[in-house]
Design a protein around this ligand. Structure first.
Ligand code: MEV
Length: 424
């Protein structure tokens, strides 16, 4: 084993296989581990190497397809990339239970992204604010020249807003460039615009510009989804009332709201990842939006309509795109978009909102009735059976015994497997 060091000069210049070999030497990986890492599956080492730095392999995550969704009248199959069991089944079950009441209805507030330019060292910030606003046309021109392709596609500069904020070391003047990024997530476009506009802002005001970067609180790019579930479809009025009580809990308690919203993100992030979009951007936006009133709240709202049906809504920032980044360069992401039949970023965001709502429905229903572990256990038991060495038909047979026995543990799975093999 080579000397343990994290200093590997020229590492970034090596091809992936050589990098892997260097890491294997240092970390003491055996041949089987190296062989495993060399198999990059359906993303070539070359493509992976073009996506990020210092690539040595890939990490495969299962892609499942959620069924039963009707979104805005369209039968829709939704691919989801996740390592968590029960997530895909939960969406499919929730969607099945609202098919008779029309499925999901969705909308989008627009495709506007915000880029921020921070200006400091201005003694009269309110004066600077107006100076910047007076240059609206110049700002428009700089933005649209920076990304003429976006303007050609009907996007580009829409508005400018300027806020004066009191920082710890004095006032700062924060300019928001509001940009329609159409089918792009838009991070690159708006970051370039912010960088292009900043010197002009400094010149107009006599101040100094620092940060020039998008805001992930994409509250001009809200995706909305709503659906109705009849009491008959969900197991009765008491289930409905339990779900409302679960929602009330999330509305008043950030400890619960964090978990409630995590469940929503189980669905949202899985589709975001499957389509090669930026999960962290969407997650940051979601949680910032959930806290916008000053206290962290649920992203969904649950009510009972005049006929006693359960109605759910979700509204959250969803900055996703079809252009640029892994959406284009990852072959799996492209195929996932094809499975969904999505041709616009708006449609993608709207479908994702429907999935988030479905996920929350399923979690609240499970929590308000049998509890979450029952559903988890069936799949968890299969994992444990595989870990115990079960293959083929043995997996289901062992898993079933574990679930029936009520304790899902590897040692028990091994014992069950040994007994089944002894009988065979
Ligand atoms: C688990 O990944 C997600 C849940 O905890 C969500 C929730 O509690 O609402 C089940």
């Amino acid at each position: 084993m080579a000397e343990k060091t994290s200093r590997i000069p020229g590492f970034f210049k090596l091809p992936p296989q050589e990098r892997l070999e260097r890491v294997a030497e240092i970390a003491g990986l055996d041949e089987a581990a190296v062989r495993h890492m060399s198999d990059t599956g359906n993303l070539s080492a070359e493509s992976a190497d073009a996506m990020i730095e210092n690539v040595i392999g890939t990490m495969n995550v299962p892609v499942g397809v959620a069924t039963n969704l009707i979104i805005d009248g369209e039968e829709t199959l939704v691919p989801m990339a996740t390592e968590e069991s029960s997530v895909v089944a939960a969406v499919s079950n929730a969607a099945r239970q609202c098919r008779d009441s029309g499925g999901f209805h969705t909308a989008m507030s627009g495709a506007l992204m915000i880029a921020q330019v921070q200006l400091v060292d201005v003694p009269n910030p309110e004066f600077a604010r107006l100076q910047i606003l007076e240059h609206r046309d110049d700002i428009r021109a700089i933005c649209d020249e920076t990304d003429p392709v976006l303007s050609q596609h009907g996007g580009g500069f829409r508005d400018v807003e300027v806020r004066v904020l009191e920082g710890r070391s004095g006032a700062m003047v924060v300019t928001h460039l509001i940009i329609d990024t159409r089918d792009a997530m838009g991070a690159n476009a708006v970051n370039s615009m912010a960088e292009a506009v900043a010197p002009a802002i400094a010149q107009w005001t006599g101040g100094r510009t620092y940060l020039r970067i998008l805001s992930n609180l994409a509250d001009r790019r809200l995706a909305r989804a709503r659906a109705t579930w009849t009491p008959e479809a969900i197991g009765g009025a008491s289930v409905r009332d339990g779900m409302i009580a679960a929602y009330d809990f999330a509305e008043v308690d950030p400890y619960r709201a964090a978990t409630h919203n995590k469940g929503i993100m189980n669905g949202v992030s899985a589709v975001v990842l499957a389509t090669g979009n930026d999960t962290r951007a969407v997650e940051a936006g979601a949680h910032a939006y959930a806290a916008q009133t000053g206290s962290y709240r649920s992203l969904t709202r649950w009510e009972v309509d005049a006929d006693g049906n359960l109605t759910g809504t979700l509204e959250m920032p969803l900055a996703v795109g079809l252009i640029g980044g892994a959406t284009r360069s990852h072959p799996t992401a492209r195929i996932c978009l094809d499975i969904m039949g999505v041709t616009t970023a708006e449609r993608l965001a709207r479908n994702i909102a429907a999935v988030g709502l479905a996920q929350n429905f399923a979690a609240l229903k499970a929590l308000a009735t049998t509890g979450i572990q029952k559903g988890h256990m069936a799949l968890h038991a299969k994992n444990i059976a595989v870990m115990a060495g079960a293959t083929g038909d043995e997996v289901d047979a062992v898993a079933q015994e574990l679930v029936t026995g009520g304790t899902v543990r590897v040692d028990i799975a091994e014992a069950v497997l040994a007994r089944l093999r002894g009988q065979g």
